[in-house]
Design a protein around this ligand. Structure first.
Ligand SMILES: CC(C)(COP(=O)(O)OP(=O)(O)OC[C@H]1O[C@@H](n2cnc3c(N)ncnc32)[C@H](O)[C@@H]1OP(=O)(O)O)[C@@H](O)C(=O)NCCC(=O)NCCS
Length: 95
């Protein structure tokens, strides 16, 4: 038996929940790797024009960013780094 769950709003629900939680926890912005066509409806914009990038990553053009508080992107640029970035098997995310 094949269970089809695509197109039933699960991604929308998870994304909205995650963004609400991030905001409730006081985070000022969210950065992710993904398709702009999927994430623009949540307010994400490409990070590269802001000068925000992932060093040594093949996904630099797919980096999306969202300000959760007004002005969070003002004057922000440079490499995404930090020790809380989850590792992925075939991608290097750490700066
Ligand atoms: C992309 C994916 C996460 C969407 O999950 P889903 O549960 O089917 O999505 P939802 O039903 O919540 O749809 C949410 C909205 O996103 C849209 N959408 C879904 N996939 C999309 C895509 N690849 N590009 C643009 N929009 C997309 C839907 O049309 C829907 O639009 P609506 O709000 O106007 O109705 C899922 O199909 C998937 O895992 N695909 C394979 C991997 C993949 O493509 N990942 C992309 C990571 S960037």
């Amino acid at each position: 038996m094949t269970l089809i769950i695509a197109g039933r709003g699960f991604a929308r629900m998870l994304i909205r929940y995650s963004l609400d939680r991030a905001q409730a926890l006081g985070h000022r912005l969210v950065v992710l790797i993904g398709e702009h066509g999927l994430y623009q409806r949540y307010g994400f914009e490409p990070a590269l024009p802001h000068g925000i990038l992932l060093p040594e990553s093949k996904d630099r053009d797919r980096l999306q960013i969202l300000a959760l508080t007004p002005g969070a992107l003002d004057g922000l640029s440079g490499a995404v780094c930090g020790d809380s970035i989850p590792s992925m098997p075939d991608r290097r995310l750490m700066a």
